[in-house]
Design a protein around this ligand. Sequence first.
Ligand SMILES: C[S@@+](CC[C@H](N)C(=O)[O-])C[C@H]1O[C@@H](n2cnc3c(N)ncnc32)[C@H](O)[C@@H]1O
Length: 281
Amino acid sequence: MINLGINNIANMEKLNEGHNLYINLTDGRNMKKVLLIQKTFVDQKLIINQRGALNLDEKRSHKNIVFSEINQRKKILTKNLVPGNTVYGEHTITINKFEYRTWDPFRSKLAAAILNGLSSDILSNLKSVLYLGVSTGTTASHVSDIIGESGILFGIEISARSARDFLENVASVRKNIIPEVADSRHPDLYTSVFQKVDMVYCDIAQPDQTRIAIENCNSFLKNSGYLFLVIKAHSIDVLKNPKDVFAEEVKKLTNNFAIEYQINLEPFDKAHSMVIAKKIN
Ligand SMILES: C[S@@+](CC[C@H](N)C(=O)[O-])C[C@H]1O[C@@H](n2cnc3c(N)ncnc32)[C@H](O)[C@@H]1O
């Protein structure tokens, strides 16, 4: 624990502006050393708890995605499109006056895929996304951060309850999201999707999801755009070896797509894999 003098406390309050965590950048070369601290009030005095050191990996980081290490654990953060607003209890940190949200790989399969080797280059070039199965918006909110205010994300969700939470907590405060309660089995019935997109993200955990993803891509994915398909082996066939299930689903894509990545999501998600495929037909 570090007790700060009164001048430092005043600075600290100014810089934090109500946020929980504060990062103090110090010099470095590729990796910048920073100090992560949390402020709490004890007996009306500000006490600073030292929480560990965060290293920014500037080579891998892009405009809206930051790669870092804290206490030897790799972390990803996205630049918060709506500073002060969080979605699922994630921490925020301020770096050079911009707020970033930590991206939890145990809550988001896209974060898990990135930590397991998916290059973030594809993501950092995206401008438009059709997202099937947004649920309450955990992953969609980070994709919204990445595409930024000039991007657009169409969020499809079949469950009215999840869609209501998504609308209230995420879409209503993020101007680059257009939510729709719809069944992704019927892309021809969408009323909100008014353009072709750079990426179709499909995470609906249905046995026929690969067929559904392909139909959505036929309707809305640009040529050379990307399909991100989450495969949950147990949703497709609980008795088969997950490896065989993954191979069968990937085979269904090969006529129309070039497979760029197939990433196992363990240890974050058991028997899950993510396929990233580029549309070629
Ligand atoms: C695994 S959850 C998605 C989690 C979310 N992608 C995330 O990372 O934050 C699957 C979601 O797909 C939705 N879903 C299932 N079948 C669907 C369908 N046919 N059309 C649209 N959404 C569907 C479910 O209601 C559920 O919210």
